[in-house]
Each structure stands twice: as structure tokens, then as C-alpha cells.
Design a binder for this molecule. Structure first.
Ligand code: HEM
Length: 306
């Protein structure tokens, strides 16, 4: 094929979702937006000079279900990983985003391998081959096998679901000190999940509806943590999970307390972008991270096309 691999990924995601579904994201199509603020911790400035790590900042957040299926039931097995996209609205009118998932790790180290996995899933739907294309792919790609076999229980609420940045970034403070790290977004009320029995009975939109209720009543809080890389940790491979023993620095608290009016309309002209960064945060050379904006832009362009 002549198309860039990022566009081929969008095409396969669209096929897998039974699309095109006009006006929706090619992945994480079903979502809900809410608002609030981010308050940095005292030590955040020692990690990064980014403005939102110095002063409280308003945020826009979109929670989502995986796949390009706009009406996928929230507890459906294919609706995982869950997503969270956070936009920090900076004082100078610019913004910076964090776009994370509910699994710590990714099934592929390169966009080519991610396309290979998605194409194998697609090709297995109409195939009677034993082993099927996807079984063959998983048999030769241990990281993909690990990702698909990681348990992904349905959370009680988006407010009880931890999220992981997966891709590493390089952070620099005002003194020029640089560190690599990966975000973790941890619910203050603790991680809690439904039993399988409860998940089987959950209403199709239980997560989307509950989070809107909760932000307007109790409010929702997460700690934004940074898992610091040590010498020798691979910062450019999203399939390699760093050990739990790595230092976690608390960067601040995310507080969500406001619904977004007509979220379905409001989310369409917005493209969250993990490489929309600000001074004090730079990308790693992770090929998955570097491929994401091109894929998101293809999906965004198609979403806006008349
Ligand atoms: C090469 C790898 C990847 C590709 C090709 C890809 C593809 C896509 C596409 C096409 C979209 C729709 C974007 C839009 O229309 O605005 C999307 C959304 C999303 N992706 Fe990825 N993705 C990749 C890796 C990742 C990783 C590593 C994460 C998290 C760590 C992630 C998390 C998300 C989330 C949370 C959304 C929804 C964003 C929103 O709410 O607008 N993706 N992805």
C-alpha cells in the first residue's frame, strides 16, 4: 500500500468498527467530556517548568471507551482499554494534553506492528484458518499477547479507574535538569471494579451517565503521578513496563466538578493530541508516541469532513 501506516491504521480501525461512522472518532468513538481544574503539588516545579506545574489551571477531560463503535456498551469486552484525555488550558491561551489508557503498556512497539495486530484481527473475522491470523500474530508477538490477555475488569465508575500514560516524555525544570517519566492518573477514592456478574447486568451507558452525575454532586479527584525512569530503562518502547519499584513523584491533583453542556456536539471539533506539549515537556523518541498525531489527524479530518 502507498498510504502512510498511520492512515492504514485508521482505515482498519474503521473497518473493525463496522464504519465509517460519520462525525465520530475512528477509535475511542464513545466518550463524555467534563471540566475542572489541576492544582500542582509543591514538588511539581522541581520536575518541570511547564506553567501548569507552577499554578492551578482549568482542564477539559474526555473519558472514552475503546473501538470506533459509537454506541458500544460500556461493559462490553471490546470497550477496553478505557481512555482519558486531559487538556490543560494555559494562561496564554495555548493548551497541552495528556492522552492515556487504563492499561499499563501497549501491544506494539511500532505503528507497523500495531497495524499488523489490527489487520490480523480483521482478517480473522472471515477466516477459517487454524491457527487464525490473530492467533498466528499473538504467537509471534509476546507484547501483543500480554496486552490482550491482561485482565480488563469493568470499573464501578471512571472515577475508580487508574490510567497510564504508557509513552515516556522528557521533563525539564527551570534549572535545566532533565528526567524521563511516564504519567499515572490514580483515583483518590481508590481503584474499584464490578464483579463479572454486575458487569453483565450493567446498563449500556452506565459509565458515561454516572460520571456526569458524580462530577456535579461529589466531585471526582485523581492524583497525577510521574513514574521516573532509571538509568537503563527503555524510554522509547511502550511495550516495556518499568518495574513498580521506580520512584513515583506526585505532580498534582486533578479535580473534576463540572459537566459539559451537549458533550456530543462539543467533542467533535476537538482533537486531543499527546504531542501538544508546552515548554518543560518534550517527547521521547518512542515510535508509537511519534505516530499518534498523524493517525489522530486523519481521524479528525474525516470527522470534520462534510
Ligand atoms: C500507533 C499507535 C496509536 C494509534 C495509531 C492510535 C489511533 C487513535 C485514533 C485514530 C484515535 C482517534 C483520534 C481522534 O479522532 O481525535 C485515537 C484516540 C485515542 N487514543 Fe490512540 N492510538 C495509538 C496509541 C495510543 C496510545 C499509546 C494511547 C494511550 C496511552 C492511546 C489512547 C487514546 C485515547 C485515550 C484516545 C481518545 C482521545 C479522545 O478522547 O479524543 N492511543 N487513537
Amino acid at each position: 500500500e502507498d498510504k502512510p501506516v498511520t492512515e492504514q491504521v485508521v482505515d482498519t480501525l474503521t473497518t473493525l468498527s463496522g464504519g465509517p461512522h460519520a462525525g465520530y472518532r475512528a477509535n475511542h468513538a464513545k466518550g463524555i467530556m467534563v471540566e475542572g481544574s489541576f492544582t500542582p503539588s509543591a514538588q511539581a516545579a522541581s520536575i518541570s517548568q511547564a506553567v501548569h506545574f507552577q499554578k492551578p489551571t482549568p482542564v477539559l477531560v474526555r473519558f472514552s471507551d475503546a473501538t470506533g463503535v459509537p454506541n458500544i456498551p460500556d461493559a462490553n469486552g471490546n470497550a477496553f482499554p478505557k481512555g482519558i484525555a486531559i487538556r490543560f488550558q494555559l494562561p496564554d491561551g495555548t493548551a497541552t494534553d495528556i492522552v492515556s489508557i487504563s492499561v499499563n503498556g501497549f501491544p506494539a512497539a511500532t505503528p507497523e506492528d500495531f497495524l499488523g495486530l489490527l489487520n490480523a484481527v480483521r482478517d480473522s473475522q472471515a477466516s477459517t484458518a487454524k491457527p487464525s491470523p490473530v492467533e498466528q500474530f499473538l504467537g509471534t508477538h509476546p507484547a501483543a499477547l500480554k496486552f490482550v490477555s491482561t485482565p480488563k475488569p469493568a470499573p464501578e465508575s471512571f472515577a475508580t479507574q487508574p490510567f497510564f500514560g504508557v509513552n515516556a516524555f522528557q521533563f525539564s525544570n527551570a534549572g535545566g535538569k532533565k528526567v524521563y517519566g511516564r504519567y499515572q492518573i490514580v483515583p483518590v477514592s481508590g481503584a474499584r471494579y464490578l464483579t463479572q456478574q454486575a458487569a453483565d447486568k450493567a446498563a449500556p451507558d452506565y459509565l458515561m451517565k454516572e460520571i456526569v452525575e458524580r462530577v456535579q454532586t461529589k466531585g471526582v479527584q485523581y492524583k497525577l503521578l510521574l513514574q521516573l525512569a532509571e538509568q537503563g530503562d527503555d524510554v522509547n518502547n511502550a511495550t516495556v513496563v518499568w518495574p513498580d519499584s521506580r520512584q513515583l513523584v506526585e505532580l498534582g491533583t486533578l479535580t473534576l466538578n463540572k459537566a459539559v453542556a451537549d458533550s456530543q456536539t462539543a467533542e467533535k471539533p476537538i482533537m486531543f493530541n499527546p504531542l501538544q506539549l508546552t515548554e518543560g515537556i518534550a517527547p521521547s523518541q518512542d515510535p508509537i508516541l511519534l505516530a499518534r498525531p498523524a493517525a489522530y489527524a486523519v481521524s479528525f479530518g474525516r470527522r470534520l469532513a462534510k
